[in-house]
Design a protein around this ligand. Structure first.
Ligand code: PLP
Length: 330
């Protein structure tokens, strides 16, 4: 038995829907599916104009362009991050400057972590990363956007679909939000992402040329295969989240899972997992041990981010859920 660390939440209905799609239709992007996905995404956002993109990285590229970021502009970002975020900045020629995180086992920045880098570098944009389902407090985001001449992007890629509460969604105090439906995300179409913009200069009409050169446009469509997978998962999001919560409940019988009430992306522990890790490995469970940062982040003054406690990430997917149900462990 192999339980992969990441596994998509795909079921038999999805296979059937894809078969129908291949049999009866074409696989190009479909406007009706796109509109339904956008409607679903907007349930989690203080929406501006929302577009489905081919990846979170593409959403971030549009976000930065929409905010007028150019070569040599500085962009502040979290020092615990995905290399693809740094690569988007390098692609534009923007200069990444990093803020630290709150603690060696807490990957959120504090207000002063962000202010330190803003005061030192005066970046044009700050990307606030909601890491692994644990959202940075709204008060911090509104304080930064109200008190600094700066544009704010919220990176929701590893935290969609966490929200502050039923009625309080993500994106109220920022200029835009980006998200990802990439292969390891809780809702995955294989590829995919989104961007939600306020004050948009972006238009998705890529196949007409325009003299309005203040508009940004190119092809961001995803195929109906990806659209169908994303939409089906968004339609059963409550059941997906229920299963994830059940798995976390199982783990918490044995150890503390970091911020387990809202951690919907990874089930992380900073503790010694002792026998549980041994038992999980013996049934073929893939565990992800992280003990170093990605190579782009090398600033020597990141007190917490450079010294964070190594952590173990446990499977949080339907394969694990099925194993626990079959073995009456829930
Ligand atoms: C924090 C963060 N932002 C952005 C991205 C980019 O998303 P994508 O892989 O869809 O380009 C990722 C990817 O995992 C991520 O972890």
């Amino acid at each position: 038995m192999i339980i992969p660390h990441s596994f998509p939440s795909i079921n038999n209905n999805d296979y059937t829907d894809l078969e129908v799609l291949f049999r009866e239709s074409f696989v190009g992007s479909k406007v009706d599916l796109n509109d339904l996905i956008v409607k679903k995404i907007n349930n989690f956002l203080f929406a501006g104009e929302t577009y489905v993109t081919q990846s979170g990285s593409q959403g971030l590229l549009i976000a930065l362009k929409n905010l007028g970021v150019q070569e040599t502009d500085k962009v502040a970002l979290c020092s615990i991050n995905c290399p693809s975020v740094v690569n988007v900045l390098k692609f534009i020629g923007a200069i990444p400057v990093y803020y630290d995180v709150r603690g060696t086992s807490d990957f959120r920045p504090s207000k002063s972590d962000i202010e330190t880098v803003l005061k030192e570098h005066s970046p044009k944009v700050v990307i606030i990363t909601h890491c692994f389902g644990v959202l940075v407090e709204r008060e911090i985001i509104s304080y930064i956007s109200d008190n600094y001449e700066i544009k704010v992007i919220e990176d929701y890629a590893t935290s969609f679909p966490s929200v502050y509460s039923r009625n309080i969604k993500v994106g109220q105090h920022s200029d835009c939000v980006i998200g990802s439906f990439g292969s390891t995300k809780p809702i995955s179409g294989g590829i995919g992402g989104f961007i939600s913009l306020k004050n948009s200069r972006f238009t998705p009409e890529y196949d007409v040329t325009t003299d309005e050169n203040d508009k940004i446009t190119f092809n961001i469509n995803i195929s109906s295969i990806n659209q169908r997978l994303i939409l089906n998962q968004l339609n059963r999001i409550d059941s997906i989240l229920f299963k994830r919560k059940k798995i976390v409940e199982f783990y918490t019988k044995y150890l503390n899972i970091w911020q387990h009430s809202c951690d919907l992306f990874r089930a992380i522990t900073f503790e010694d997992t002792g026998d549980l890790a041994k038992d999980l490995r013996s049934i073929g469970c893939e565990l992800d041990v992280r003990s170093c940062l990605h190579p782009y982040v090398s600033s020597s003054d990141m007190e917490n981010a450079l010294n964070f406690n190594s952590y173990l990430s446990l499977p949080l997917n339907i394969k694990m859920y099925e194993y626990l149900v079959e073995n009456k462990l829930l």
